[in-house]
Ligand binder design. Structure first.
Ligand code: CU
Length: 173
């Protein structure tokens, strides 16, 4: 066997090896997932959660789906002329060994064209797909201003303000 073939065999082995090991590397951090309840007349909302990549290689969240809407998008906030604007992004990086939070004012999963309003007490079954074909299904509770933890309640007022800004921006699209 010449050197090229040996190299090729090694690369093939490593590739399939890492693909197997990538399974279940990404988990949801406990009590971090929530979807924002929608007031009457609103058909857009956002979902937040924190993901942990336990693997040795970086991953990317590339798609989110749920039966509440056919249009879920990955969004971020960017400063533009001193204003924070939402923008769709193709993926969200999940660096190896790190915890990545999707939260108000930052990255989030945007939901458009809700089939019906989201009410507190509802649960959304959210399916996440990552760039290594790994998938994760998350039960997401619907809440008004985040989860009822002390940390979230402290900034509840801030969340409310953000929500109004959010829906206004989308009406103009
Ligand atoms: Cu958004």
């Amino acid at each position: 066997m010449n050197k090229f073939l040996i190299g090729l065999a090694l690369v093939t082995f490593l590739t399939s090896g890492s693909a197997t090991m990538a399974a279940d590397n990404i988990t949801l951090a406990d009590h971090t997932a929530w979807a924002r309840a929608t007031p009457p007349g609103t058909s857009t909302t956002a979902i937040y959660l924190t993901l942990v990549n336990h693997g040795n290689s970086g991953s990317k969240l590339i798609t989110a789906t749920a039966n509440i809407s056919e249009r879920l998008e990955l969004h971020t906030h960017r400063a533009e002329n001193g204003m924070m604007k939402m923008q769709q992004i193709p993926s969200i990086d999940l660096p190896a060994g790190e915890t990545t939070a999707l939260k108000p004012h930052g990255n989030h999963i945007m939901v458009f064209n809700l089939v019906e309003p989201l009410e507190v007490g509802d649960t959304v079954e959210l399916h996440l797909l990552f760039d290594d074909q790994q998938t994760l299904t998350v039960e997401v509770p619907v809440a008004k201003n985040g989860l009822p933890s002390s940390e979230h309640q402290r900034s509840a007022g801030e969340h409310k303000m953000k929500k109004e800004e959010h829906s206004n921006e989308h009406k103009s699209h």
